[in-house]
Design a binder for this molecule. Sequence first.
Ligand SMILES: *[C@@H]1O[C@H](CO)[C@@H](O)[C@H](O)[C@H]1NC(C)=O
Ligand SMILES: *[C@@H]1O[C@H](CO)[C@@H](O)[C@H](O)[C@H]1NC(C)=O
Length: 352
Amino acid sequence: MRVSPLILSLPGLVSAQTGKSVWKKRLTGADLDTFQRWSVAGTDLGIPYVLENGAIGFLFGDTFNTQWPEEPNNDWRAPVMLRSAINPGDANGIVFDSAAGVGGNGNAPEIMHNGHRGDDGFGTYEISVIPNDGIGFPETGDQIVSYMSIKDWTAPWATNYAGLAISTDGNTFTRLDVKWPNDDANSDPFQMWTMQRDGDWVYIFSVRSGRQQGPMMLQRAPWDQMVNQSAYQGWGWDGNNWGWGRPCTPILQGNFGEPSVRKLSDGTWGMSYLNLDTKNIVTRTAAGPDQAWSDETVQVYWNQEPFLYGGFIHPWSTANASELYLMVSKWAHDPTTGASTAYHVSQYVGSL
Ligand SMILES: *[C@@H]1O[C@H](CO)[C@@H](O)[C@H](O)[C@H]1NC(C)=O
Ligand SMILES: *[C@@H]1O[C@H](CO)[C@@H](O)[C@H](O)[C@H]1NC(C)=O
């Protein structure tokens, strides 16, 4: 077969790199059922976690009934949750079947209080409330969502604090007065969380807000003590060895976007994040939360999905080939006018 010289001469195509993940489908948009059914058009994140009943909840950030955030009458909501019990490995990929908290108008509402450039409910000004992860507890039927209260979207954007919200019905969440405050330098490393339960413990990996250079920290808490800050134990190095119940020592250093950690069915722990140095979504693996993490594997190169972020690991991913399912966001702008040209979440499929 002859290779077209036209193709070879096109810059960008020749040098285009493909990570281990490939685009499967776009999951949100004004042209999709997410808008027709729940008024979810422009949105991002789609953080997938196991609900108390075993299905999957997807947590979205700033959500609009318009294609782009900047349009008028956009019905701004955050966080919003859609649900699915479809295996993401099915031929059609992820299909949502319901939304949390749907009322008479059929729209997916925000699932907890959001100050929307106003009071967070505790006397602090916040711009918005952005989810970081969720966890369901089959024993109690409760769910907990970790979120960040946004203080300032100016890069590197800053949080007021990381907080927890609890739900007993899976539809509405109450923000608790349990918070991990940021510092004035926007350098607190406990602002963007990902949570994974293993047995009696929930393991919490966290980084600074704003996608900055800095450490990644590891803590753990008993699953039924997550709202008790005294019960959290840091994973730290005392000069001789690593142990729990100490001040946290960085487990990794990097230029981290929002981290996503999931324990997969074969026992492999997978971690994903946007590496802001290379602008690629990468994964690492470990034999346990407190074990050494592998080097980075590129899943999605920037050129595959320009202006990408997220890369949240679907909990039903496996360590098998082509069974890693990532939720990848994209928010792109026209370089001249600044207007949005894309604001949505896509499913990618790859291999750890
Ligand atoms: C909170 O955790 C601490 C430390 O484990 C424990 O001593 C205390 O009893 C816990 N509080 C509650 C209300 O469970
Ligand atoms: C994928 O991995 C799981 C364990 O994680 C295993 O049970 C299953 O058989 C694997 N599937 C294939 C097609 O290899």
